[in-house]
Design a protein around this ligand. Structure first.
Ligand code: PLP
Length: 396
C-alpha cells in the first residue's frame, strides 16, 4: 500500500466516539455519552428546509454562505451576543467543527503552538495534530464552584512559537463559563503575546445561572475569531451548519480556506438555519429549561449518593469525580459499561486534567438519566469501598 500522510493517519480517535461504539456494541446500555440534544429539530425549521428544497435550493451555496443567512446571523450576534458585525464578517461553516478547522488552518503552521484548555473538547487536539501544530495546555481548575485559570502558569506556558489561545465558554466537558473579568484577562494576555483568540461559543445559548459573555464583546476584535453552531441551540446536530465571525480580511480568508475543504455548507441546511434564527425563539427557551431541569435532576442524584462533581454553568454535561475508586477513568468507564450497563466518557479523553472524572451528558430523557446516574453512583460507592478495603491496614 502506498504511504498515508502521517499527520492525518495518526490522528487520535475521539474518546467520545470510541465510547459511542462501545455502547452500541453492548446493545442495551443506557448512554450518557453523546453531547447532542435528544430533541427533534423544531418542526417549523424542518418545514422551512422542506420548502426550500422543493423550491430549488438544492444547488451549491456561495462559499461564504447565503447572504440572507449571514444577515440573520449578524442580527443575532448584535441582539444576543452584544457583538456588532456586518454580514461580511460572518462565514457560514459546516458546523462549529468546520469553523474551528478552517480557522486553525488559517492561523497555524507546522511547529506553531496552540494553547488549549485542559480538560477540553478532544477535537481541538485532533485538529492541531492534523495541522502539525504543537499543543500546549492550560489547566482549567475550580475554585468555590467557579472555573479558575492560573494566569501565572499561562504566562509560563506561552513561548515565541505560540500563535493561538483557544477559549471555550461555556466549555465541554466541564460546563465552565467564564465571567467578563476572566475573559478580559484572557484578552489582555493574548494582546501582550500577540496571539489570535479562537473563541468556541458553541454552547452560547445553553446557559443557566448568568448571561453568556462573548469574547468578541470584550476583546480587541481584530484578533478574535468566534465560532458558533446551530447544533446545540436548535437541536440541529445532523444538519451540519455553524458560523464564524472574524474581522473582514480574516473572514474572507476563512471563506477561501473552506473552499478546498467543503466548498460550502449545505444549501438546505442554510435555509433551515435561517428559519431557526428568524422564527419563534420560544423553542430555545423551552429546550434550555428542560436542560436545566435535567442538570438539577442529575446533580440531585449525585448529591444524594454522596458523589462529588464539578457544578456546570452551561452546556449539558457534568464531570463526576471518581477519584475515590482509585481507578483510571478509562477502567472505570469500561467496567461501568460492562457491569452496570451505563455509557459515560472517561475524563482522560479530554486530556490529563480530566483524569479522575467521567463525563455524563444530561441531554437524555429524565427517566434514563435518573436510572443511569443511580447506577453510576452505586458503582462509585461500591468500587470506593473495594479501594478502601484493599488499602494495607494501619501499622502493617
Ligand atoms: N465545540 C464544542 C465544545 C463542542 O462540544 C462541539 C460538539 O460537541 C462543537 C464545538 C461542534 O459541534 P458542531 O460541529 O456540531 O457544530
Amino acid at each position: 500500500m502506498p504511504q498515508l500522510a502521517p499527520a492525518v493517519a495518526t490522528t487520535p480517535h475521539s474518546g467520545i466516539r470510541t465510547m459511542v461504539g462501545n455502547v452500541a456494541r453492548h446493545g442495551s446500555a443506557i448512554s450518557l455519552v453523546f453531547g447532542e440534544p435528544d430533541f427533534l429539530t423544531p418542526s417549523h425549521i424542518i418545514d422551512a428546509a422542506h420548502a426550500a428544497a422543493r423550491g430549488g435550493r438544492t444547488k451549491y451555496a456561495p462559499s461564504a454562505g447565503f447572504l440572507d443567512l449571514r444577515e440573520a446571523i449578524a442580527d443575532k450576534l448584535r441582539v444576543r451576543n452584544g457583538v456588532t458585525a456586518s454580514a461580511r464578517e460572518v462565514i457560514v461553516t459546516t458546523g462549529g467543527t468546520g469553523g474551528l478547522f478552517t480557522s486553525l488552518l488559517l492561523l497555524v503552521q507546522p511547529g506553531d503552538e496552540v494553547l488549549l484548555p485542559d480538560p477540553g473538547w478532544s477535537n481541538y487536539a485532533a485538529i492541531t495534530h492534523v495541522l502539525g501544530a504543537v499543543n500546549a495546555f492550560y489547566p482549567l481548575r475550580y475554585r468555590d464552584g467557579r472555573p479558575h485559570i492560573d494566569f501565572d502558569l499561562l504566562e509560563r506556558t506561552v513561548t515565541a512559537r505560540t500563535r493561538v489561545l483557544l477559549v471555550n465558554s461555556p466549555g465541554n466537558p466541564t460546563g465552565a463559563m467564564f465571567d467578563e473579568a476572566t475573559l478580559g484577562e484572557l484578552a489582555r494576555f493574548a494582546e501582550r503575546h500577540d496571539l489570535w483568540i479562537v473563541s468556541d461559543e458553541c454552547y452560547d445559548e445553553i446557559v443557566f445561572s448568568e448571561p453568556h459573555v462573548s469574547m468578541a464583546a470584550v476583546a480587541d476584535r481584530s484578533r478574535v475569531i468566534s465560532v458558533f453552531t446551530f447544533s446545540k441551540t436548535y437541536a440541529m446536530t445532523g444538519w451540519r451548519v455553524g458560523y464564524v465571525v472574524a474581522p473582514p480580511a480574516v473572514a474572507e480568508a476563512i471563506e477561501r480556506a473552506q473552499e478546498p475543504v467543503v466548498s460550502c455548507a449545505s444549501s438546505v441546511s442554510q435555509a433551515a438555519a435561517e428559519a431557526a434564527l428568524r422564527g419563534p425563539q420560544d423553542v430555545v427557551a423551552t429546550m434550555r429549561e428542560l436542560f436545566r431541569e435535567r442538570l438539577v435532576l442529575a446533580q440531585g442524584v449525585l448529591r444524594d449518593g454522596g458523589v462529588a462533581f464539578i457544578p456546570p454553568q452551561g452546556a449539558f454535561y457534568v464531570m463526576v469525580d471518581i477519584t475515590r475508586t482509585k481507578m483510571t477513568s478509562w477502567d472505570f468507564a469500561t467496567r461501568l459499561l460492562d457491569e452496570h450497563g451505563v455509557g459515560v466518557v472517561p475524563g482522560k479523553a479530554f486530556g490529563e486534567g480530566g483524569e479522575g472524572y467521567v463525563r455524563i451528558s444530561t441531554a437524555t430523557s429524565p427517566d434514563l438519566l435518573t436510572a443511569g446516574v443511580e447506577r453510576l453512583v452505586a458503582a462509585v460507592n461500591e468500587w470506593s469501598t473495594d479501594a478502601m478495603a484493599s488499602l494495607p491496614a494501619e501499622g502493617s
